[in-house]
Design a protein around this ligand. Structure first.
Ligand code: NAP
Length: 255
């Protein structure tokens, strides 16, 4: 069984947005002793978030800018983070974009934008980080899917988003199979509606109530719900869980 080093770093993509799940999770994990490396399309936001986390939790934290859809930019970002942080043990790939465009109105640019950030972006950062994890013989990878992949949309985003998020599930299962012998686990979190700004801006109480009505609990999710799932999946003790999808969706999709 592979053990974690005492000083260990988690890398998170999509950790710049002020009310986003990635940024919240970075603080949540730092509070639990993880050093954090952040990548966001907005490098200033990533750096500012990292500075706040370092100050508040006393861990090492660095934030850099990169478009996750750009392989060379992702590789350079992870290189830069690795040079300034303790051993990278985990990756949580939160970076994503929504797309409410109806299917018959979809053009080539929108399809490519959504698939390239959500799916290609997850792949590029996973491949780069996996090389480090394999070299150490230990690691945790978490991809972020969505209930939209399982239920055909139904919240805000539509077809390219559902397709990309479904792709992440197949992608992560294959990575789990290939990298398992190297001491690495790979899993997916599939959130239901979470109270962030990705679904066309800050949610009204009416929209939250309508989305909650579809599940078996009386509320939509919070970034903390997803952060807690990520903390489990990257923990040392989760080492026998791999290739799985953990639905954090208030019972919207029971599987
Ligand atoms: P969010 O606040 O918009 O977070 C997405 C983050 O990704 C933002 O920080 C954004 O940066 C960043 N990003 C966007 N494009 C990028 C790119 N090309 N390269 C690097 N970073 C990029 O939304 P969220 O709700 O926290 O979503 C986090 C993840 O959870 C996403 O993958 C989303 O699809 C997934 N998810 C969310 C929900 C939900 O209901 N909220 C449900 C299911 C799944 P900027 O803000 O600077 O553009």
């Amino acid at each position: 069984m592979s053990t974690f080093p005492t000083e260990r770093t988690v890398l998170l993509t999509g950790a710049g947005s002020p009310r986003g799940i990635g940024r919240y999770t970075a603080g949540y994990l730092a509070e639990r002793g993880w050093h954090v490396g952040l990548v966001d399309i907005d490098g200033d936001a990533a750096a500012a978030t990292a500075a706040r986390i370092a100050d508040r939790y006393g861990v090492r934290a660095v934030g850099v800018g990169a478009d996750v859809a750009d392989r060379d930019a992702v590789v350079a970002a992870v290189d830069a983070l690795e040079a300034r942080l303790p051993q990278v043990v985990a990756l949580v790939a939160f970076a994503g974009v929504a797309s409410p465009v109806p299917y018959l109105d979809l053009d080539a640019d929108e399809w490519r934008r959504v698939v390239s950030v959500n799916l290609d972006g997850t792949h590029w950062v996973t491949q780069r980080v996996a090389r480090t994890l394999v070299s150490h013989g230990v690691g945790r990878i978490v991809g972020i899917s969505s209930v939209s992949a399982q239920r055909g949309g139904g919240t805000f985003s539509r077809t390219p988003y559902s397709a990309a998020k479904a792709g992440i599930q197949g992608f992560v299962r294959s990575v789990a199979r290939e990298l398992g012998p190297h001491g690495i686990t790979a899993n997916v979190i599939a959130p239901g509606p979470i109270d962030t700004d990705i679904m066309g801006g800050t949610l009204s109480e009416e929209r939250k109530a309508a989305m909650a009505a579809d599940g078996v609990l009386t509320r939509i999710g919070t970034p903390r719900d997803v952060a807690a799932a990520a903390a489990f999946l990257i923990s040392e003790d989760s080492g026998f869980v791999t290739g799985q999808t953990l639905n954090v969706d208030g019972g919207l999709y029971m599987h």
